[in-house]
Write a protein that binds this ligand. Structure first.
Ligand code: ZN
Length: 268
């Protein structure tokens, strides 16, 4: 067994990484897009602080005591499978000698603005980890049990067949998560599920409810780095924001919440 020494590991969630001038052309959610300059600022700051990255698989191996990770380790996750993840994100990660875990939605593969199967194969070749983000990107909590299970099982199976690598991690579309979903995920053979609860992860954190810190607007490099470093006040701010979002989702329902976001964020 390795010693965990009270280490807690942060995971960041990123979405579309757009160019300075580009407005997200995809189903792109303006709340969650950051520019490539902002993204590189995160990487260069983490590098200077001495961080290394771990994939979801390495993180689980660490939790299980099979692998050591230095105190300054961060998990970089990317949701939705945007085309930019191959074009901008993966090359930057390689340049910084970092790695990432990319959660892709089956139905979006090959659509305009999203990665193709060839793109995904290139990402695997570059050493990136691919995970499931469901089949249709519908919130799993809103589906019938059969449909929910199908999204979880089918996405893993098809990704594994097409890419020839084991798919051991899943991220819940929209962050919607509950016990039946976790049970179905476990039954399907996943080792890790990454959710939208803000926080860091220790050796005891449930591997099917791993916390992540979403990088979103208003963007602040200081806030992102503070949270990776585990600085509490930055979490209080983020949890407050998160609670507001969940409250709005609950009040308005998912559909109207999405409509609201589109009104608040131009071109989203
Ligand atoms: Zn998503």
């Amino acid at each position: 067994m390795t010693e965990h020494n009270g280490t807690r590991i942060a995971a960041l969630t990123l979405h579309d990484v757009i160019s300075e001038t580009q407005r997200s052309a995809s189903h792109g959610d303006g709340f969650y897009s950051i520019t490539v300059t902002e993204f590189e600022a995160i990487l260069s700051r983490l590098k200077r602080l001495g961080y290394r990255t771990a994939s979801s698989r390495e993180f689980i191996a660490w939790q299980q005591g099979k692998q050591d990770l230095p105190k300054r380790t961060v998990v970089l996750t990317f949701d939705d499978g945007y085309k930019n993840h191959l074009e901008r994100v993966a090359p930057l990660l390689v340049r910084y000698r970092f790695g990432g875990t990319f959660f892709v939605t089956l139905d979006l593969i090959g659509r305009p603005g999203y990665v193709t199967w060839e793109d995904l194969k290139k990402m695997v070749f570059l050493g990136m980890e691919i995970g499931s983000h469901g089949v249709s990107h519908r919130p799993l909590s809103q589906l019938s049990r059969d449909e929910m299970e199908r999204e979880i099982v089918e996405s893993k199976k098809v990704l594994e067949e097409k890419l020839g690598v084991p798919i051991t991690a899943i991220a819940a579309p929209g962050g919607f998560w509950n016990r039946p979903i976790a049970e179905a995920v476990e039954k399907a053979g996943y080792e890790a599920a990454w959710v939208s609860t803000i926080g860091t992860n220790g050796p005891q954190t449930h591997p099917l409810a791993l916390r992540r810190i979403v990088v979103r607007r208003p963007f602040s490099i200081e806030r992102v780095v503070s949270m990776v470093e585990g600085w509490q006040p930055a979490f209080w701010w983020a949890v407050g924001q998160q609670q507001l979002i969940w409250l709005l989702k609950k009040m308005l329902g998912v559909y109207w919440y999405e409509q609201l976001k589109r009104r608040i964020v131009p071109n989203a």
